[in-house]
Design a protein around this ligand. Structure first.
Ligand code: SAM
Length: 269
């Protein structure tokens, strides 16, 4: 089986990287070395995989497409540091990665239709990973890195920036891929933060930001009226006339803590 015999499948978001400069730049951002464990998501025909393997790192690659898995198995059959998992990354048990003695780096030119879902799943285990270098649609990357007071700032920015430092490292045109996608792309570097995850806090935080951003044009006195009175917002140092996009991540955390405390008092917990 050869790379040229592969017909790209739209349903798996197969837009293969063909620009060697971009491939080199991504590998330079990952800086794989012999001591690393690397999780590669969607290796495709193996254009990034090759450089990762050559670094001596141990590569665990997760690919859904059986044809591509056959190609990759043949291509890298002599490389003992290459382990291929033929499965859906959304079904892959990330907890299994905890068994490794060293933390993981993640690399992937992600299938764009499920990129945010993949990133949210990965960041629900922040302590597992030291660094992620991933390609997404430019529009999504801009939402991920957006700061408060901008129109791109929203639940996605908050969900990811709470758990990681995020930066756009490269912006790419459609011509870097075969077949050309309809959208531009960007490479993000994501460095997870040490953060304790408490499920009850996460649920409340998520309810609060959903309510704020589902009504993003409304003042928070209105969009958050089921949670806080205007007086409570004032006592917490907020302007009730502000909108969802004016509140920092720390402010949403402060509001969630207030709700948790109030609930504990009410129920005597
Ligand atoms: N890394 C290759 C490259 O840069 O040329 C391929 C990138 S292509 C944009 C996305 C890859 O993810 C494809 O190989 C596709 O088959 C794979 N893929 C799509 N959905 C997947 C899923 N749910 N789980 C694992 N791999 C998936």
């Amino acid at each position: 089986m050869t790379t040229s015999s592969i017909r790209p499948k739209k349903k798996f978001g197969q837009n293969f990287l063909r620009d060697q400069n971009v491939i080199r730049s991504i590998l330079a951002l990952v800086k794989p070395c012999q001591e690393d464990n690397v999780l590669e998501i969607g290796p495709g025909t193996g254009v990034l995989t090759k450089g990762l393997i050559q670094s001596g790192a141990v590569i665990n690659a997760v690919e859904i497409d059986s044809n591509l898995c056959r190609l990759l198995s043949e291509k890298f059959q002599n490389n003992t540091n290459f382990i291929l998992h033929q499965c859906d990354i959304l079904q892959f048990d990330l907890k299994e990665l905890k068994k490794a003695s060293k933390p993981w780096k993640v690399v992937g030119n992600l299938p764009y239709n499920i990129a945010t879902k993949i990133l949210i799943d990965l960041l629900s285990h922040p302590s597992l990973f030291t660094k992620m270098v991933v390609m997404t649609q430019l529009e999504v990357a801009e939402k991920i890195v957006a700061a408060p007071h901008t129109s791109n700032y929203g639940r996605l920015s908050i969900a990811l920036q709470r758990k990681a430092r995020v930066n756009i490292k490269l912006k790419l045109g459609k011509e870097c891929f075969f077949p050309e996608p309809k959208v531009n792309s960007a490479v993000l570097e994501i460095r997870p933060k040490e953060k304790k995850i408490r499920n009850d806090f996460e649920i409340k935080f998520s309810d609060l930001t959903r309510s704020a951003f589902n009504n993003r044009r409304k003042a928070i006195s209105n969009s958050l009226k089921d949670f806080f009175s205007s007086d409570e917002l004032l006592s917490l140092g907020l302007n009730p006339k502000d909108r969802a996009q004016n509140l920092s991540i720390e402010t949403y955390e402060k509001l969630t803590n207030f709700l948790m405390l109030r609930e504990r008092k009410e129920f005597g917990r």
